[in-house]
Design a protein around this ligand. Structure first.
Ligand code: CTP
Ligand code: MG
Length: 231
């Protein structure tokens, strides 16, 4: 099977920025190495991966070029869109000529994705249309439509927090994404688009180290993770 990976890195990283002119989070270093360089390397480390395609913001061309990444399996970056969903669609379009069997879609902001997790997602696609890593929810989840008064409590045993990479049959997720782009709805991840298209999506165990760099203090947490101290 040929397996392509889309690394979506076209966001502005607003929540992680401390001052307006700071380098966007995906280009900031953790342990001396920029976040997206780590993420790309994690996938190139997996032999089964045929291609890695970065999707970047047009304004960040220079930041990306400065990473000086080179690998036979690394494709030139393409420009993303205004939403994560739009960025993924740009990636899928760019992969169309390659016709991969599977595509993995991953957040550049998750640089600590373990090799075993990538392999587990790939293995799970075969008997389904798609696969994603999830973790059991540990907090009790309250429902509150007005964000003030508690309307109820969810059954935590049925809830699972989604991570990336999310892997799919290329043809099926591309078709679903193209259709999803026609309607007025904000999908929060690619698995939701697959669900909406009635594809079969299976969960595999996620990894607690596979954090998404979202807020400024996540950089401190990331440095600690690198030092093998996950407090
Ligand atoms: N992303 C993207 N294109 C967008 C928005 C997001 O490729 N238009 C990517 C981000 O670069 C990131 C991943 O999707 O790797 C997950 O998004 P998130 O963590 O929300 O990153 P940002 O959107 O950059 O951050 P923020 O929402 O705080 O601005
Ligand atoms: Mg965002």
């Amino acid at each position: 099977k040929s397996i392509a990976v889309i690394v979506v890195a076209a966001g502005q990283g607003e929540r992680a920025s401390v001052n307006g002119d700071a380098v966007p989070k995906q280009y900031r270093p953790i342990g001396g190495k920029p976040v997206v360089a780590r993420t790309v390397a994690a996938f190139l480390d997996v032999e089964a991966v045929s291609h890695v395609l970065p999707v970047i913001h047009a304004d960040h061309d220079g930041n990306f070029a400065a990473l000086d990444l080179a690998d036979a399996r690394l494709l030139p970056p393409v420009s993303g869109g205004a939403s994560r969903q739009a960025s993924v669609l740009e990636g899928l379009k760019a992969l169309e000529p390659l016709q991969p069997d599977y595509v993995l879609i991953h957040d550049a902001a998750r640089p600590f994705v373990p090799r075993a997790l990538i392999e587990a997602v790939i293995a799970a696609i075969a008997d389904n249309d798609g696969a994603l890593p999830t973790l059991p929810v540990t907090d009790t989840i309250k429902r509150s439509p007005d964000g003030h008064m508690v309307a109820g409590t969810e059954d935590r045993r049925q809830l699972h927090a989604a991570q990336t990479p999310q892997g799919f049959s290329f043809e099926r997720i591309f078709s679903a994404h193209r259709r999803a782009a026609q309607i007025e709805r904000d999908f929060t991840d690619d698995a939701e688009i697959a669900e909406w298209a009635q594809l079969r999506v299976v969960m595999v165990p996620g990894d607690r180290d596979n954090i998404k760099i979202t807020h400024p203090d996540d950089f401190n947490r990331a440095e600690r993770l690198l030092q093998g101290d996950s407090r």
